[in-house]
Design a protein around this ligand. Structure first.
Ligand code: TRP
Length: 435
């Protein structure tokens, strides 16, 4: 079965080298694997939670779209779209919101972090906190569940959100599925190097630490200038240097082949000057990023072209989202009043209440099965059997052969139940499984 992989990028800022190495590059590589169906999107509804500057939102989503395309995303292969082009996502968000417990959202890291900061600052606990921030994980769950993604590549800080998406999926399935699962339970995929590219000061590269190396912004000169600011120790040229734990070396590794990594370390141990090491790092990164930057500039000069690509992506995504959402609306009771539609729903729910075999184990350690009528009343009761397998085989045979197997089956009719009752129930089951 194909694995669906889905990830989104919040469109609030400009991308840095850490986003490229930690998210974009591995996502594009994974999208080329056989048996993988990828969904990548601009999380622009999420962006509104963090940013109320329309110009910045507009610019960022264009830049991020252009970045993915420049990095080599094959939009024939993957489904690439803006979250805000899929109206089914906010609609699903509401359905999920109605089955999400507030207590669980209280424990979401982003919200809790904001509350803790307020409390520490002697502010009202919820000062400056919007419902958008509070409900952030539910919107994210809708992003994921809308497309039944199996795998969600994210940074470590997002793992809790994936767990919340699983919980809400499970709850929805349980409440409305009648044994049918609408939603796949997604798994977080935290890549080893994801989000771990260090910034100029050695801490995780992040805009909020102001230690980021821009991906395209500032061009080749900007890249060189940022690399020059990477913090190193103060060993002089010619002095042996310990490469381990140096941000510069870790960034080098992210772009180097195994042989290059070895050579670079050896050169540092032999006394390579930090200035020279930075020059080598710049050349290595520029050789890979330079061509992407050129494609990026070309794309940014033709926003209509990007718009067309995203419209195609939205149509592809909605072709999947709309039918699932229609099913979900039915399931929760948002149904058409037209007679034909009502009859179809009745037929479906009648089917959902067929006679039912149940297998179980009693305190005596033996295995049993029974057949209940659609209304739950007992029709047939088995004797105790030695194994669950025996019980399973009898159930299978009764389902398959119907009343013909009754003579041999180790079962007894419940009080007041006639042979005709049992035969009718078995025939009904058989017919349902055949039709
Ligand atoms: N919250 C994610 C982040 O900030 C972005 C995001 C939104 C996302 N929806 C998603 C990631 C769904 C994966 C799946 O990084």
């Amino acid at each position: 079965m194909t694995q669906r992989v889905l990830t989104g990028i919040t469109t609030t800022g400009t991308l840095h080298l850490g986003n490229y190495v930690g998210a974009i590059r591995p996502a594009i590589a994974a999208s080329l694997e056989a048996g993988v169906e990828s969904f990548f999107f601009m999380a622009d509804y999420h962006a509104l939670i963090k940013c109320d500057d329309p110009a910045r939102i507009a610019r960022s989503r264009l830049e991020i779209a252009a970045t993915w395309l420049a990095a080599g995303l094959d939009t024939d292969r993957v489904t690439f779209y803006r979250q805000s082009d899929i109206p089914e996502i906010p609609e699903l968000t509401w359905l999920l919101t109605c089955v999400t417990s507030k207590g669980q959202m209280n424990r979401a890291h982003a919200y809790k972090g904001a509350v803790d900061a307020n409390v520490a600052a002697n502010e009202d606990a919820d000062a400056g906190i919007t419902m958008g921030l509070f409900s952030y994980p539910i919107l994210m769950a809708a992003d994921i569940l809308m497309f039944n993604a199996h795998r969600v590549p994210v940074g470590r800080d997002q793992v809790q959100h994936i767990e919340m998406a699983r919980d809400v999926a499970q709850r929805f399935n349980h409440l409305f599925g009648q044994g049918h699962d609408f939603f796949v339970l997604p798994e977080a995929a935290v890549e080893a190097d994801m989000a771990l590219l260090p910034g100029l000061d050695g801490r995780k590269m992040s805009k909020s630490y102001d230690n980021a190396i821009p991906l395209f912004e500032g061009g080749s000169a900007g890249l060189q200038e940022a690399i020059a600011r990477i913090v190193t120790d103060s060993k002089l040229p010619g002095e042996p240097k310990d490469p381990e734990g140096q941000a510069l070396v870790t960034i080098y590794d992210a772009f180097a082949s195994p042989a290059q990594r070895q050579d670079f370390r050896a050169a540092l141990r032999a006394g390579l000057a930090w200035g020279e090491a930075k020059k080598q790092l710049f050349e290595l990164v520029e050789a890979q990023i330079g061509p992407l930057r050129a494609r990026y500039a070309e794309l940014m000069a033709h926003p209509d072209h990007i718009e067309a690509i995203l419209q195609t992506g939205a149509a592809k995504a909605r072709a999947l989202a709309a039918p699932l959402l229609a099913e979900l609306r039915q399931a929760v009771g948002l149904r058409s009043f037209s007679t034909a539609a009502v009859i179809a729903v009745q037929a479906k729910s009648a089917k959902a209440t067929l006679p039912l075999f149940k297998q179980y184990r009693e305190a005596d350690g033996r295995f049993y099965f029974k057949l209940n009528a659609a209304d739950g009343s007992l029709l047939l009761q088995s004797q105790g059997l030695d194994s669950g397998r025996d019980a399973g085989q009898w159930v299978a045979r009764l389902k398959r052969e119907g009343a013909a197997a009754l003579g041999e089956a180790p079962v007894q009719r419940a009080e007041g139940i006639t042979a005709a009752d049992v035969e009718a129930a078995l025939a009904e089951l058989k017919q349902a499984s055949e039709g």
